[in-house]
Design a protein around this ligand. Structure first.
Ligand code: NAD
Length: 274
């Protein structure tokens, strides 16, 4: 079975560098897909309250029989619950059938509402209560991190942001590094929409190293030090996506993929999304 490396967080905990994202899985399909992924050796699942599939993730975990401490489960606080995080956390834990998650994230900063600092202080309490082992944020731009860190006592362990070859968000990654925050890449494959997998740069590297374009792009994330959890509903792609720890990209191949930056978002802009 594939050995997946751990990344160490600023709170002393570790996170598997690779997992499964379950955004936009068809209702009624998530339990089967998560069960298949767990069979294949996936141990890290990234869900969110707004994905409406925490209960299916929880059912797959319960049926798997895998010891809880071998799993890494992330969920996220939805925007409309930023003033109500304690109740939202309880609801997520009930659906997941868990007494703690490994990582709880504020899903978006929603700067216009300006409630994320208060939400973060609640997440600090949730962590102190043992309901979330690590806490972090998602879609936080440098100015949001600066404000959060200035007005609270725990630095986020993780910032989960949109990153793929055509949207690399280097300023946001630099801000994460400044605070010792590990970067997670969401939509690591550009959700299959942008040019990330079809660029000749990627397809030529794939041919040269004997891997698929998806494996090359995922390997680029891993070598950048990012944590990834590509989504797929298909067993053969679940298998393909995890086979990225038996090869490496040379410096010139990494640099060529770095050169694909094009500012192409597949999701909303965190500075305006509410
Ligand atoms: P992704 O980049 O993982 O792309 C998934 C799509 O890529 C699949 O639906 C499929 O069409 C294609 N694909 C998957 N494997 C492939 C392969 N081997 N070859 C070719 N095509 C392949 O997109 P995503 O699901 O948006 O992102 C991954 C995860 O990130 C989500 O499931 C979710 O957990 C997380 N996410 C978080 C946020 C956030 O705001 N925090 C936003 C979006 C996604």
């Amino acid at each position: 079975m594939t050995q997946i490396p751990d990344v160490t967080l600023n709170d002393g905990r570790t996170i598997p560098q690779f997992g499964l994202g379950v955004f936009l899985m068809e209702p009624g399909e998530t339990e089967r897909i998560v069960s298949e992924a767990l069979e294949l050796g996936y141990r890290h699942i990234d869900t969110a309250a707004i994905y409406k599939n925490e209960a299916e993730v929880g059912a797959a975990i319960a049926k798997s029989g895998i010891p809880r401490d071998e799993l890494y489960i992330t969920t996220k606080l939805w925007n409309s619950r930023q003033t109500d995080a304690h109740t939202a956390m309880r609801e997520s834990l009930d659906k997941l059938q868990l007494d703690r998650v490994d990582l709880y994230l504020i899903h978006w900063p929603t700067p216009e509402k300006d409630t994320y600092v208060g939400a973060w202080l609640d997440l600090e309490e949730i962590q102190a209560q043992g309901l979330a082992t690590s806490i972090g944020v998602s879609n936080f731009m440098p100015e949001h991190l600066d404000k959060l860190v200035a007005q609270s006592s725990v630095v986020p362990a993780i910032n989960q942001i949109e990153i793929h070859p055509t949207l690399q968000q280097r300023d946001a990654v630099a801000a994460n590094e400044k605070f010792g925050i590990v970067t997670e890449s969401w939509s690591p494959l550009g959700r299959g929409k942008a040019d990330d997998l079809t660029s000749p740069v990627v397809t030529e590297i794939a041919a040269a190293v004997g891997k698929t374009p998806a494996q090359v792009v995922l390997r680029w994330h891993v070598q950048k030090g990012y944590v990834v959890f590509p989504k797929s509903s298909r067993r053969e792609r679940l298998e393909e996506n995890m086979r990225i720890f038996d090869f490496s990209l040379a410096d010139d191949q990494m640099a060529a993929i770095d050169g694909l930056e094009a500012g192409t978002r597949v999701g909303p802009d965190p500075r305006t999304f509410n």
